[in-house]
Structures are given as C-alpha cells and as structure tokens.
Design a protein around this ligand. Structure first.
Ligand SMILES: NC(=O)c1ccc[n+]([C@@H]2O[C@H](COP(=O)([O-])OP(=O)(O)OC[C@H]3O[C@@H](n4cnc5c(N)ncnc54)[C@H](OP(=O)(O)O)[C@@H]3O)[C@@H](O)[C@H]2O)c1
Length: 262
C-alpha cells in the first residue's frame, strides 16, 4: 500500500518518549519530516537525534509544555517558519494523575483540564489556518480506552478524555470541507513508562507485587499481552497517511481487544 508520506511534515507534542516518540519514529521511517516537542530539553533533543540517526530524516526539537498557551503558540510559529507547512498534527500529552474523585482539589482538576483538553484546543487553533492554506491535513490525538469504558481510579482521564472525543468529533464535521480529517486514537494498555507508573500505583493500592498486577491486567486482554509502542504507532501512521482518505470523526481503539463494547 502506498502511504504517500514522503516529504510530509508532522508536528507532534509530548514526543520525547512513549507513544509520542514511537509515532514520530514510525512516521520518520516513512519519510516524514518532524517537529517534536516536550518539556525536558535534554530528553527531546536526545530523541530527535536518535530519530535523525536512525532514519536520516529532518527532525527539529522544541521545548514546550502543552498546558502553556505561550509554549503552544511559539512551537507552531517556530516550526511553520522552519518547515513552511504542516500536513499532520498529533497532539499528545502526559496522562493526568491517577486517583479517585475525593482526592483532587480544584488546582489538580485545572491542571488536567489545561494539559489534556485545552492543549488540543490551542494546538488545533494554531495549526488549522496552515492546513487550510495547504489544502488539507490530518489531525490526531491520543486519548485512552477510558473513552469507551471508564477506568476505576482514573477520574481525571475518564472526564477529560470524554471531552476530547466530543471536541474531535465536532472538529471532524467543521473541518471536513477543508479536507482536514480528524480522529482520536485510544490506547488500551501499551507498554510505556506511563503504564509502569499505573501498574505500580495499583500494586501499592492492592498490596501485591507489580508483576501480579501486570499479569492480572494481561488476562483481561483477549490478545493476552500488553501492546508494544511500535504496534500502536503503525495504526497511527496509517490514519495520518494519504492511504486514509475516508476515516474521520472516529475513535480508533488500539487495545488488543481489551474494551468489551461494540
Ligand atoms: N501507554 C498506555 O497504555 C496508555 C493508555 C491510555 C492512555 N495513555 C495516554 O497516552 C498519552 C501518552 O502516554 P505514554 O504511555 O506515552 O506516556 P509516557 O511514556 O509517560 O510519555 C509521556 C510523554 O509526554 C511528555 N509530556 C508529559 N507532560 C507533558 C506536557 N505537559 N507538555 C509536553 N509534553 C509532556 C513527556 O515528556 P517530558 O517529560 O519531557 O515533557 C513524554 O514524552 C498519555 O496521555 C497517557 O495517559 C497511554
């Protein structure tokens, strides 16, 4: 299948490790040039260098916190100056803290709102005029299986990810006339540092070893294991490519069959 990705430009936030990095690397392997960002300068530059070395593609690194409006603006402005266009936008961010409703004060709610919802609002607002000028594009964001089945002990994710799907569905309708396709990708359990943190938190709560938590979780997945970041990234690459010309407004589960809903 011809993906038509050579020469395209992708902007990816929260890309220094985990899922964002995996998508960046897979896109680079298909010849996409990258603007990647995260908060930690050393880590994002290290990732950029790794991708350059492995793929020979152009990668520009930028330090930005997606919850900070000014950082978002600067990231897009700087990268448009460097690349002249943007074909693909993947908005990613770190996950909100785990915990139940009565644990969180207004400040924590506000931080999760800024990080996991407003980041998408602001990135999309900055990028759409450039995509329109370019004749179209692909906008994606990473949510969670919590958009289909709320996850116990993750009230902040359960709340804001639902908002994200409402936002992205609306955008898919409003932006279709501009040939901008908008989709959500929802990981189930993909083996990254974030997943290690969640398993460790559960192990502590239940007073059992982390290996036991992982084993129990794997038993709830029809494919019987956690996914790899690269397996996740390959699905995202398809959605971001020219090969995807008719999927928009969808939430695609990448979960090994974990979510028991139609
Ligand atoms: N892995 C899974 O199975 C899974 C399942 C459901 C949902 N998710 C969601 O998918 C997203 C990515 O998860 P992951 O597993 O890849 O996590 P991860 O391995 O912990 O990586 C998180 C990345 O986000 C960056 N980041 C965190 N906060 C940021 C901020 N405010 N601004 C900019 N960059 C930020 C981090 O870099 P810096 O520290 O340098 O900023 C890092 O590159 C998260 O929202 C997570 O909740 C993951």
């Amino acid at each position: 299948m011809e993906l038509g990705l050579k020469g395209k430009v992708a902007f990816i936030t929260a890309a220094s490790k985990g899922l964002g990095k995996a998508v960046a690397l897979e896109l680079a392997r298909e010849g996409v040039q990258l603007a990647i960002s995260s908060r930690n300068k050393e880590q994002i530059e290290e990732t950029a260098e790794l991708i350059r070395k492995e793929t020979g593609t152009r990668v520009e690194a930028f330090v930005a916190d997606v919850s900070n409006p000014n950082d978002v603006k600067q990231f897009v402005e700087t990268m448009i100056q460097k690349f002249g266009k943007v074909d693909i936008l993947l908005v990613n961010a770190g996950g909100p803290p785990s915990g139940e409703f009565m644990q969180f004060d207004d400040e924590t709610w506000e931080r999760a709102f800024q990080t996991n919802l407003m980041s998408i609002v602001r990135m999309v607002r900055e990028v759409v005029p450039h995509m329109r000028k370019n004749g179209g594009g692909k906008i994606l964001t990473i949510a969670s299986s919590s958009v289909k089945v709320p996850i116990p002990g993750l009230v902040l994710s359960n709340t804001f990810r639902a908002g994200v799907t409402g936002l992205m569905k609306t955008l898919s309708i409003e932006l279709a006339k501009d040939q901008i396709l908008v989709n959500v990708v929802a990981p189930g359990r993909i083996a990254t540092d974030r997943l290690k943190e969640l398993d460790a938190a559960n192990a502590e709560k239940l007073g059992i070893p982390v290996e036991e938590v992982t084993k129990k979780m794997e038993q709830t997945i029809p494919l019987g294991r956690y996914g790899g970041p690269q397996e996740f990234a390959k699905a995202v690459v398809f959605l971001a490519s020219d090969a995807n010309s008719y999927i928009t407004g969808s939430t695609i589960m990448i979960d090994g069959g974990m979510v028991p809903s139609l």
